[in-house]
Design a protein around this ligand. Structure first.
Ligand code: CS2
Length: 451
């Protein structure tokens, strides 16, 4: 079976209706995984199709050659399959021009980051890709292996050549993602390139954004299914749900694609959207992941189909998370919770709980702990989140197999204690946050652990 490429595009999938060969790269993206291909690259593809512009994307992989091996032989083309109970809708996405693996191709990366036609750098490097220490500061040793030195080099070259600055747009599930990136980049520059701090402050921006689309990791079965539909082999297939949302702070250093004309919201303040999404969607997701795995389920739709887990997820969203969120204008948080449950129910996605369970130490603070802290201040407790914490501790104890987390070893040791809560949370805990569990909360977690 031949590989999908610019020469043999299939007739049965929607194709990008623009001349890719005539377009230039305008965006450099760090971490071109499945999520970006279902989200930012798809928005950019439709924006170029409807409104033009030179916004092809060059993806940078900091370590793994896999995505490059999948996409480069296909001219960067790949199929996006939207799946629901009603069937599968295909679109061939044309916005990715090339994928570059960092260590071997530093010159190419530098040329792209320094090109006057590159205006935006986007990031989906996951929570751990920002190289934060437990206290939130930049881990300089880790940062040396990440995107920071590449950007610092680019800033130096742009400054020297008198080229404009860049918009640095974080698309990861971190609270205040743009502000965090700005602060961390600032810490890196202060340590290694203090001469660039003022230039970056004057020429670059770091908008916050809220990104939302459920994108399970692609499996061999997914690739085989799309091969049957296309009559071509596509190694870069991405599966996703019909829903998508992108809210971006209106804070660009230069031009941008017409993302707002194809569904993105460009707003003054992203925080209310981001808080609602992190505490409700992602909060419920992580709770379903740990409680669902402990309950013997594999996929999100199975876990949320269990009446007790469904009630737990609804309680977490409606009664625990929602009251702590200043609702975005015009948004009804109760209706949002119902819509999220419906998305979790999607029977066609096969979204693995173990995928969500990964990197809990990086996710839990913004998903659960901020909610717990807000309620504690009012003298209320959060039984759904506390039961999810008990399930996370069981996960750390190895109940669901090996733990995939950058801090797995120390977390697993702390979780083995007869009273594991104080080793994980609070003043002597491994996870820094404003939430210090009180005795009633510890008791509820211990009850959950005994169940
Ligand atoms: C999930 C997210 O894997 C996870 O941790 O909670 O990737 C989630 O699917 C997305 O944020 C949805 O937008």
């Amino acid at each position: 079976m031949s590989r999908i490429s610019a020469q043999n595009l299939p007739a049965n999938a929607a194709l990008p209706a623009y001349d890719r060969a005539a377009k230039r790269i305008g965006i450099v993206h760090f971490g071109l995984g499945a999520f970006t291909r279902a989200h930012q690259a798809w928005y950019t593809d439709r924006a170029m199709e409807a409104f033009g512009g030179d916004w092809l994307i060059a993806g940078i992989s900091l370590r793994s050659p896999t995505v490059g091996e999948q996409l480069n032989p296909q001219d960067g083309l790949y199929t996006l399959a939207e799946k629901s109970g009603e069937g599968t809708k295909l679109r061939v996405v044309g916005s990715v021009a090339e994928v570059i693996v960092a260590p071997e191709n530093l010159a190419r990366i530098k040329a792209l980051l320094c090109a006057p036609t590159t205006h935006i750098v986007t990031f989906t490097v996951t929570e751990k890709g920002y190289c934060r220490r437990a206290d939130g500061g930049l881990d300089l040793a880790l940062a040396a292996q990440g995107f920071y030195p590449l950007l610092a080099d680019a800033f130096a070259a742009r400054k020297a050549a008198g080229i404009g600055g860049l918009t640095l747009l974080s698309c990861d599930n971190l609270a205040d993602n743009g502000h965090q990136l700005k602060r961390l980049m600032g810490e890196y520059l202060a340590a290694h390139h203090p001469d660039l701090v003022d230039w970056v402050g004057a020429h670059c921006t770091f908008p916050c954004s809220m990104v939302d689309r459920i994108v399970p990791a692609t499996t061999d079965a997914d690739r085989a299914e799309v091969e049957g539909l296309l009559g071509l082999r596509d190694e870069g297939v991405v599966m996703t749900e019909p829903f998508s949302q992108w809210v971006i702070e209106d804070n660009f250093a230069g031009p941008r694609p017409a993302w707002d004309a194809v569904g993105a919201q460009i707003v003054g303040d992203v925080a209310p959207y981001e808080t609602a999404k992190l505490r409700m969607l992602n909060g419920a997701h992580s709770a379903l992941a740990y409680c669902g795995l402990v309950g013997g389920y594999t996929y999100v739709h199975q876990a949320v189909g269990d009446p007790a887990l469904r009630a737990m997820a609804l309680r977490l969203m409606r009664e625990e998370a929602a009251p702590t969120i200043p609702a975005p204008e015009g948004m009804d948080l109760a209706a949002y919770a119902d819509a999220l449950i419906e998305r979790f129910d999607n029977p066609a996605l096969n979204h693995r709980l173990i995928q969500i369970a990964m990197d809990g130490s990086q996710k839990i603070p913004q998903r659960w702990l901020a909610t717990l802290a807000a309620h504690q201040a009012q003298g209320r407790s959060c039984p759904a989140i506390l039961s999810a914490i008990a399930a996370w501790i069981k996960h750390l104890r190895g109940q669901n197999g090996p733990v995939d987390d950058p801090r797995a070893t120390e977390l697993s040791v702390a979780a083995q204690n007869a009273e594991p809560v104080s080793g994980l949370f609070g003043p002597n805990g491994l996870i820094e946050s404003d939430w210090v569990p009180n005795s009633a909360e510890v008791a509820l977690i211990m009850e959950g652990l005994a169940r």
